[in-house]
Write a protein that binds this ligand. Sequence first.
Ligand code: ARG
Length: 305
Amino acid sequence: MISEASQYIREYSEQLFQLDQRPKMPWPDQVLMVEPEFFDVLYVINPHMEAMVGTVQPEKAWQEWSYIKSKFEAWGLYVHPVKGVAGLPDLVFCANQSLPCWDLELGASVMMGVMRNEQRRAEVPYIEQVFAHKGLPVHRVFDSESTDYFEGMGDVQWHPERSLLWAGHGFRTSEEAIRKIVHFTGVPAIGLELQDERLYHLDTCFCMLNEHTVMCYPPAFSAKGMRLIEHFFEHIIEVDEQECLESFACNATAVSGNRVLLPEHAPRTKAKLEAMGFEVAEASTGEFLKSGGSIYCMKLLFWSH
Ligand code: ARG
Protein backbone atom coordinates (compact mmCIF):
# COMPACT_ATOMS: atom_id res chain seq x y z
CA MET A 1 0.00 0.00 0.00
CA ILE A 2 1.27 3.46 -0.84
CA SER A 3 1.58 5.59 2.27
CA GLU A 4 -0.25 8.88 2.57
CA ALA A 5 2.99 10.86 2.35
CA SER A 6 4.00 9.02 -0.83
CA GLN A 7 0.82 10.15 -2.59
CA TYR A 8 1.44 13.76 -1.62
CA ILE A 9 5.08 13.62 -2.72
CA ARG A 10 3.90 12.88 -6.24
CA GLU A 11 1.71 15.94 -6.41
CA TYR A 12 4.27 18.15 -8.15
CA SER A 13 6.76 15.55 -9.25
CA GLU A 14 6.16 12.35 -11.12
CA GLN A 15 8.79 10.35 -9.31
CA LEU A 16 8.62 9.00 -5.84
CA PHE A 17 12.01 9.31 -4.14
CA GLN A 18 13.82 9.03 -0.86
CA LEU A 19 15.77 11.99 0.45
CA ASP A 20 19.07 10.13 0.24
CA GLN A 21 18.48 9.42 -3.46
CA ARG A 22 18.40 13.09 -4.29
CA PRO A 23 21.76 14.47 -5.55
CA LYS A 24 23.99 16.18 -3.01
CA MET A 25 24.33 19.96 -3.09
CA PRO A 26 26.94 22.19 -1.45
CA TRP A 27 25.95 24.79 1.16
CA PRO A 28 25.79 28.24 -0.45
CA ASP A 29 28.61 30.51 0.74
CA GLN A 30 27.70 33.88 -0.78
CA VAL A 31 25.19 36.32 0.69
CA LEU A 32 23.42 39.19 -0.99
CA MET A 33 22.18 41.98 1.29
CA VAL A 34 20.47 45.22 0.24
CA GLU A 35 21.42 48.27 2.33
CA PRO A 36 18.48 49.65 4.35
CA GLU A 37 18.92 53.29 3.30
CA PHE A 38 15.41 53.42 1.82
CA PHE A 39 13.80 50.80 4.06
CA ASP A 40 10.49 51.99 5.49
CA VAL A 41 6.89 50.94 6.00
CA LEU A 42 4.98 52.98 3.43
CA TYR A 43 2.07 50.64 2.61
CA VAL A 44 0.36 47.61 4.14
CA ILE A 45 0.63 44.27 2.35
CA ASN A 46 0.74 41.95 5.36
CA PRO A 47 -0.87 42.12 8.82
CA HIS A 48 2.40 43.00 10.57
CA MET A 49 2.61 46.30 8.69
CA GLU A 50 -0.73 47.58 9.97
CA ALA A 51 -0.22 50.56 12.28
CA MET A 52 3.50 50.63 11.45
CA VAL A 53 3.40 53.06 8.55
CA GLY A 54 5.94 55.80 9.17
CA THR A 55 7.36 54.33 12.41
CA VAL A 56 10.70 52.98 11.16
CA GLN A 57 13.77 54.46 12.85
CA PRO A 58 16.42 54.58 10.12
CA GLU A 59 19.45 54.59 12.40
CA LYS A 60 18.26 51.60 14.34
CA ALA A 61 17.51 49.78 11.10
CA TRP A 62 21.10 50.41 9.92
CA GLN A 63 22.50 49.09 13.21
CA GLU A 64 20.41 45.92 13.08
CA TRP A 65 21.27 45.33 9.42
CA SER A 66 24.99 45.90 10.00
CA TYR A 67 25.11 43.49 12.91
CA ILE A 68 23.55 40.72 10.78
CA LYS A 69 26.03 41.41 8.00
CA SER A 70 28.98 41.25 10.41
CA LYS A 71 27.73 38.00 11.89
CA PHE A 72 27.54 36.31 8.48
CA GLU A 73 31.04 37.56 7.72
CA ALA A 74 32.36 36.28 11.04
CA TRP A 75 30.90 32.89 10.13
CA GLY A 76 32.92 32.80 6.90
CA LEU A 77 30.27 33.79 4.37
CA TYR A 78 31.08 36.29 1.68
CA VAL A 79 28.60 39.18 1.90
CA HIS A 80 27.81 41.29 -1.20
CA PRO A 81 26.12 44.51 -0.04
CA VAL A 82 24.18 46.39 -2.72
CA LYS A 83 22.56 49.82 -2.65
CA GLY A 84 18.86 50.25 -1.93
CA VAL A 85 16.56 52.18 -4.26
CA ALA A 86 14.41 55.18 -3.30
CA GLY A 87 10.72 54.29 -3.51
CA LEU A 88 11.32 50.54 -2.97
CA PRO A 89 11.09 50.27 0.83
CA ASP A 90 10.84 46.44 0.86
CA LEU A 91 13.84 45.82 -1.42
CA VAL A 92 15.88 45.20 1.73
CA PHE A 93 14.03 41.85 1.93
CA CYS A 94 16.16 40.46 -0.85
CA ALA A 95 15.16 36.83 -0.28
CA ASN A 96 11.94 37.52 -2.15
CA GLN A 97 12.76 38.48 -5.74
CA SER A 98 14.65 35.38 -6.86
CA LEU A 99 15.72 31.81 -6.19
CA PRO A 100 19.45 31.08 -6.58
CA CYS A 101 20.04 27.64 -8.08
CA TRP A 102 22.94 25.22 -8.24
CA ASP A 103 23.40 22.23 -10.50
CA LEU A 104 26.32 19.78 -10.67
CA GLU A 105 26.77 20.29 -14.40
CA LEU A 106 25.44 23.80 -14.94
CA GLY A 107 26.79 25.38 -11.77
CA ALA A 108 25.24 28.48 -10.23
CA SER A 109 22.39 30.54 -11.65
CA VAL A 110 19.44 32.59 -10.45
CA MET A 111 15.73 32.22 -11.26
CA MET A 112 13.76 35.45 -11.15
CA GLY A 113 10.36 35.69 -9.44
CA VAL A 114 7.20 37.75 -9.79
CA MET A 115 5.98 39.68 -6.77
CA ARG A 116 2.28 39.38 -5.99
CA ASN A 117 1.91 43.00 -4.87
CA GLU A 118 2.23 45.81 -7.35
CA GLN A 119 4.21 47.89 -4.81
CA ARG A 120 7.11 45.40 -4.95
CA ARG A 121 7.21 44.46 -8.66
CA ALA A 122 10.03 46.86 -9.62
CA GLU A 123 12.34 45.09 -7.16
CA VAL A 124 12.72 42.09 -9.47
CA PRO A 125 14.46 43.78 -12.44
CA TYR A 126 16.79 45.54 -10.00
CA ILE A 127 17.94 42.26 -8.43
CA GLU A 128 18.13 40.69 -11.88
CA GLN A 129 20.56 43.36 -12.96
CA VAL A 130 22.64 42.88 -9.79
CA PHE A 131 23.13 39.20 -10.65
CA ALA A 132 23.68 39.86 -14.34
CA HIS A 133 26.54 42.20 -13.34
CA LYS A 134 28.04 39.46 -11.23
CA GLY A 135 28.06 37.28 -14.33
CA LEU A 136 25.59 34.71 -13.03
CA PRO A 137 23.17 33.24 -15.59
CA VAL A 138 19.68 34.57 -14.90
CA HIS A 139 16.55 32.59 -15.83
CA ARG A 140 13.24 34.24 -16.49
CA VAL A 141 10.67 31.50 -16.18
CA PHE A 142 7.85 34.01 -15.72
CA ASP A 143 7.32 37.05 -17.93
CA SER A 144 6.20 40.47 -16.75
CA GLU A 145 2.58 39.68 -17.72
CA SER A 146 2.61 36.55 -15.57
CA THR A 147 -0.48 35.74 -13.55
CA ASP A 148 1.58 33.26 -11.54
CA TYR A 149 3.39 34.70 -8.56
CA PHE A 150 6.66 33.47 -7.17
CA GLU A 151 8.28 35.27 -4.24
CA GLY A 152 11.69 33.64 -4.47
CA MET A 153 13.26 32.16 -1.37
CA GLY A 154 10.56 33.67 0.81
CA ASP A 155 8.48 30.69 -0.34
CA VAL A 156 10.71 28.28 -2.26
CA GLN A 157 13.81 26.90 -0.57
CA TRP A 158 16.43 24.24 -1.17
CA HIS A 159 16.56 21.34 1.23
CA PRO A 160 19.97 21.64 2.96
CA GLU A 161 22.59 19.70 0.97
CA ARG A 162 20.05 17.92 -1.25
CA SER A 163 18.57 18.72 -4.61
CA LEU A 164 14.99 19.05 -3.44
CA LEU A 165 12.73 22.09 -3.15
CA TRP A 166 10.23 23.01 -0.45
CA ALA A 167 7.53 25.39 -1.64
CA GLY A 168 5.00 27.37 0.39
CA HIS A 169 1.91 28.69 -1.37
CA GLY A 170 -1.42 30.28 -0.60
CA PHE A 171 -0.73 33.91 0.21
CA ARG A 172 2.11 35.01 -2.09
CA THR A 173 3.51 32.27 -4.35
CA SER A 174 0.89 30.50 -6.48
CA GLU A 175 0.65 26.75 -6.89
CA GLU A 176 0.91 26.99 -10.66
CA ALA A 177 4.26 28.75 -10.26
CA ILE A 178 5.57 25.78 -8.26
CA ARG A 179 4.63 23.43 -11.14
CA LYS A 180 6.53 25.66 -13.56
CA ILE A 181 9.60 25.74 -11.32
CA VAL A 182 9.60 21.94 -11.06
CA HIS A 183 9.23 21.65 -14.82
CA PHE A 184 12.00 24.14 -15.48
CA THR A 185 14.55 22.82 -12.97
CA GLY A 186 13.69 19.11 -13.16
CA VAL A 187 13.94 19.13 -9.36
CA PRO A 188 11.01 17.77 -7.33
CA ALA A 189 9.22 20.15 -4.95
CA ILE A 190 7.25 19.43 -1.81
CA GLY A 191 4.33 21.86 -1.62
CA LEU A 192 3.09 23.23 1.70
CA GLU A 193 -0.13 25.18 1.76
CA LEU A 194 0.10 28.05 4.25
CA GLN A 195 -2.90 28.50 6.56
CA ASP A 196 -2.40 31.73 8.51
CA GLU A 197 -2.23 35.12 6.80
CA ARG A 198 0.21 36.39 9.43
CA LEU A 199 2.59 33.65 8.28
CA TYR A 200 2.32 34.50 4.63
CA HIS A 201 5.72 33.28 3.43
CA LEU A 202 7.22 29.84 4.04
CA ASP A 203 10.18 31.48 5.80
CA THR A 204 7.92 32.91 8.51
CA CYS A 205 7.00 29.45 9.85
CA PHE A 206 9.58 26.93 8.52
CA CYS A 207 13.37 26.96 8.78
CA MET A 208 15.50 24.06 7.62
CA LEU A 209 18.63 23.73 9.78
CA ASN A 210 20.43 20.78 8.23
CA GLU A 211 19.59 17.78 6.12
CA HIS A 212 17.64 16.06 8.89
CA THR A 213 16.42 18.94 11.05
CA VAL A 214 13.78 21.61 10.60
CA MET A 215 12.21 24.07 12.99
CA CYS A 216 8.64 25.08 12.32
CA TYR A 217 5.33 26.26 13.74
CA PRO A 218 2.92 23.37 13.05
CA PRO A 219 -0.39 25.36 13.08
CA ALA A 220 0.84 27.25 10.00
CA PHE A 221 0.45 24.04 7.95
CA SER A 222 -2.34 21.70 6.95
CA ALA A 223 -2.40 18.12 8.26
CA LYS A 224 -1.10 17.05 4.86
CA GLY A 225 1.77 19.54 5.06
CA MET A 226 2.76 18.25 8.49
CA ARG A 227 2.72 14.63 7.18
CA LEU A 228 5.21 15.67 4.52
CA ILE A 229 7.45 17.51 6.97
CA GLU A 230 7.42 14.49 9.30
CA HIS A 231 8.17 12.19 6.39
CA PHE A 232 11.33 14.01 5.34
CA PHE A 233 12.79 15.25 8.63
CA GLU A 234 14.08 13.08 11.42
CA HIS A 235 14.10 16.00 13.87
CA ILE A 236 11.39 18.64 14.11
CA ILE A 237 11.92 21.53 16.52
CA GLU A 238 8.55 23.10 17.28
CA VAL A 239 8.44 26.83 17.77
CA ASP A 240 5.62 28.13 19.97
CA GLU A 241 2.99 30.66 18.94
CA GLN A 242 4.46 33.65 20.73
CA GLU A 243 8.02 33.11 19.54
CA CYS A 244 6.84 32.42 16.00
CA LEU A 245 4.39 35.31 15.64
CA GLU A 246 5.97 37.96 17.85
CA SER A 247 9.69 37.21 17.67
CA PHE A 248 9.68 35.67 14.17
CA ALA A 249 11.87 32.83 15.50
CA CYS A 250 11.34 30.75 12.33
CA ASN A 251 12.77 33.57 10.22
CA ALA A 252 16.25 32.50 11.32
CA THR A 253 19.09 31.41 9.08
CA ALA A 254 21.18 28.27 9.38
CA VAL A 255 24.60 28.09 7.80
CA SER A 256 27.04 25.26 7.38
CA GLY A 257 28.55 24.00 10.62
CA ASN A 258 25.30 23.82 12.62
CA ARG A 259 25.20 27.55 13.22
CA VAL A 260 21.94 29.45 13.49
CA LEU A 261 21.37 33.20 13.50
CA LEU A 262 18.10 33.62 15.40
CA PRO A 263 15.90 36.71 15.85
CA GLU A 264 16.15 37.83 19.50
CA HIS A 265 13.44 37.35 22.15
CA ALA A 266 12.99 33.65 21.42
CA PRO A 267 14.56 32.05 24.52
CA ARG A 268 12.56 28.82 24.34
CA THR A 269 13.50 28.23 20.72
CA LYS A 270 17.11 29.10 21.49
CA ALA A 271 17.23 26.54 24.31
CA LYS A 272 15.77 23.84 22.04
CA LEU A 273 18.32 24.61 19.34
CA GLU A 274 21.20 24.49 21.80
CA ALA A 275 19.94 21.22 23.24
CA MET A 276 20.15 19.81 19.69
CA GLY A 277 23.79 20.92 19.42
CA PHE A 278 23.39 24.10 17.36
CA GLU A 279 25.57 27.13 17.97
CA VAL A 280 23.07 30.00 18.24
CA ALA A 281 23.71 33.72 17.84
CA GLU A 282 20.90 36.23 18.27
CA ALA A 283 20.23 39.41 16.35
CA SER A 284 17.79 42.21 16.99
CA THR A 285 15.48 43.01 14.04
CA GLY A 286 12.77 45.13 15.67
CA GLU A 287 12.69 47.69 12.86
CA PHE A 288 12.26 45.03 10.18
CA LEU A 289 9.58 43.16 12.13
CA LYS A 290 7.44 46.29 11.61
CA SER A 291 7.36 45.26 7.96
CA GLY A 292 6.81 41.54 8.63
CA GLY A 293 10.37 40.40 8.02
CA SER A 294 13.50 39.40 9.92
CA ILE A 295 16.86 37.70 9.36
CA TYR A 296 15.96 35.07 6.79
CA CYS A 297 14.38 37.49 4.35
CA MET A 298 16.99 40.24 4.84
CA LYS A 299 19.54 38.27 2.84
CA LEU A 300 19.78 35.90 -0.09
CA LEU A 301 22.16 32.94 0.06
CA PHE A 302 23.63 31.99 -3.29
CA TRP A 303 26.39 30.03 -4.99
CA SER A 304 29.08 31.78 -7.00
CA HIS A 305 30.00 29.06 -9.51
N1 ARG B 1 6.94 43.90 3.83
C1 ARG B 1 7.43 42.76 3.12
C2 ARG B 1 6.27 42.07 2.41
O1 ARG B 1 5.21 41.97 2.97
C3 ARG B 1 8.13 41.83 4.03
C4 ARG B 1 8.74 40.65 3.33
C5 ARG B 1 9.43 39.73 4.27
N2 ARG B 1 9.93 38.64 3.58
C6 ARG B 1 9.85 37.36 3.94
N3 ARG B 1 10.38 36.47 3.15
N4 ARG B 1 9.20 36.98 4.98
O2 ARG B 1 6.38 41.63 1.30
